[in-house]
Ligand binder design. Structure first.
Ligand code: UDX
Length: 436
């Protein structure tokens, strides 16, 4: 099927390459010339495992192209909207200007019967409004939220847990849902559940899923606060909870909390929209979820200060990690960098290292010190803080090797990802989050 993907960020670039890989003829469109130039040469503009290979294969097959010209969307049967919906400056609501611009740009190129499939995360009610805008063209709008995780984007796009498609009721909506069923036929044939809903429900699924995941993380981080006061160990608690099949172990990783381009902004936008709908009380707990999350960053800083006996000024601190999570170079709302910035604010000599995100971090926070090599960051450190659980730190860093580099054997495990027993055995003062 011929399709366009409007917006080639994390979501759109991966979606375009993935759709070409399952046999569709895809044009990716973005206003950013540099991005389109990179994508057209098979280079991913951001760190995402498997994406470059998929892009190159798509370009080589002739089924994948990129352009800055909206008119190149003409002739496609399905148009995916995959532009960003950032947090409005100075507010919590979502900024819909890119979605609006994408729809405005597409309008002159739509034919009657074309399907416009929104994938961006939007406040509930947006799709219905956009559907009205499209109706004079005869094109049909549906909403098809995307649940991909950065670092797993290709995997999650090709083999999602479920596909959700929200449509208007009536024959047009049914036809649009059938069209998307054809688009995703390989995944559906392989057993992926395909749920057809109304527009509002499809929009809500995305917000609700992110709200639930954020709540699950903040729940275990709240338990970490209790564990700290009670002398318990939150990682053992999480293991024990996780064996309950009604609960499950995933997203019970206590530490410095969630960040990134989605969960923090999405829960705020979700709460802001609920407020507009007169139901702010129903999701009042999301404010708590946000506050618990931010408190964990304070806690990590406090652990460093305590471990150094209150003397942080001038101390050299190796910060292992800058990305908001491993397998990503994304530093948007990164708890890791926030901790580094706060330590610097206390006068520490902070040296940050990260396998993928150093350039992004240095551009945003030039006041921090950086080391490309992990060992250069560790050298002569008075304390080591692990804030992103990259394999390079979690699995590959031997406590004995690290001990040979640092000045003092103090390690704060902001992700509870190190083997506490091994580090203590190597003479380290090991401090985790929510652990004795
Ligand atoms: C998230 C959702 O998972 C995805 O479905 C949605 O489409 C976009 O938002 P992403 O932002 O890529 O995806 O990251 P995710 O892997 O969910 O992690 C988010 C944050 O939570 C990271 O900072 C991570 O370190 C943190 N996290 C995750 C925890 O602190 N503990 C956990 O147990 C899991």
């Amino acid at each position: 099927m011929r399709m366009s993907v409007i917006g080639c960020g994390y979501l759109g670039a991966v979606h375009a390459a993935a759709m070409a890989s399952i046999g569709h003829d895809v044009i990716g469109i973005d206003v950013d010339e540099d991005k389109v130039g990179m994508l057209s040469s098979g280079d991913a503009p951001f760190f995402e495992p498997q994406l470059s290979g998929l892009l190159q294969a798509g370009l080589d097959s002739g089924r994948l192209r990129f352009s800055t010209r909206m008119e190149d969307a003409a002739g496609s049967t399905v148009h995916f909207i995959a532009v960003g919906t950032p947090q409005l400056p100075g507010g919590h609501a979502a900024d819909l200007r890119y979605v609006e611009a994408a729809i405005d740009g597409l309008l002159p190129h739509l034919r009657s019967g074309d399907v416009v499939a929104g994938k961006s995360t939007v406040p509930v009610g947006t799709a219905e409004r956009l559907a009205e805008r499209l109706s004079p063209t005869g094109a049909i709008l549906l909403w098809n939220p995307e649940f991909l995780r950065e670092g797993w984007a290709v995997h999650d796009t090709l083999t999602p847990d479920r596909l959700v498609v929200g449509v208007l009721s009536g024959p047009d909506g049914d036809r649009a849902a059938d069209m998307l069923r054809q688009v995703y036929a390989p995944a559906i044939d392989a057993g992926t559940p395909y749920l057809v809903t109304d527009l509002a429900t499809a929009e809500l699924v995305k917000g609700a899923a992110n709200a639930f995941l954020a709540t699950k993380i903040s729940f275990i981080n709240a338990m970490a606060e209790i564990a700290e006061a009670a002398g318990a160990d939150v990682t053992l608690l999480a293991d024990a909870l996780g064996y309950d099949t009604r609960i499950g172990r995933r997203y019970l990783g206590a530490g410095i909390g969630f960040g990134g381009g989605c969960l923090p902004k999405d829960i705020r936008a979700f709460a802001a929209r609920a407020e507009e709908l007169g139901r702010g009380d129903a999701v009042g707990f999301l404010r708590e979820v946000d506050m618990i999350n931010l408190r964990r960053r304070d806690r990590a800083v406090q652990l460093v200060v305590d471990a150094l006996g209150g003397l942080v000024f001038g101390r050299r601190i190796a910060v292992l990690g800058a990305a908001f999570k491993p397998f990503s170079d994304d530093i948007r709302d990164s708890p890791a960098l926030d901790v580094a910035v706060r330590l610097r604010g206390l006068g520490a000599d902070v040296v940050v290292t990260d396998p993928a995100a150093i350039d992004n971090a240095a551009a945003l926070h030039p006041q921090l010190g950086y080391a490309r090599e992990r060992d250069d960051a560790l050298r002569d450190a008075d304390a080591v803080v692990v804030v992103t659980e990259w394999d390079e730190y979690r699995r590959d860093l031997s406590p004995l090797h690290a001990a040979g580099l640092v000045r003092r054997r103090i390690v704060i495990d902001g992700r509870n990802c190190l083997d506490a027993v091994a580090w203590r055995a190597a003479g380290w003062d090991y401090r985790g989050m929510g652990r004795r």
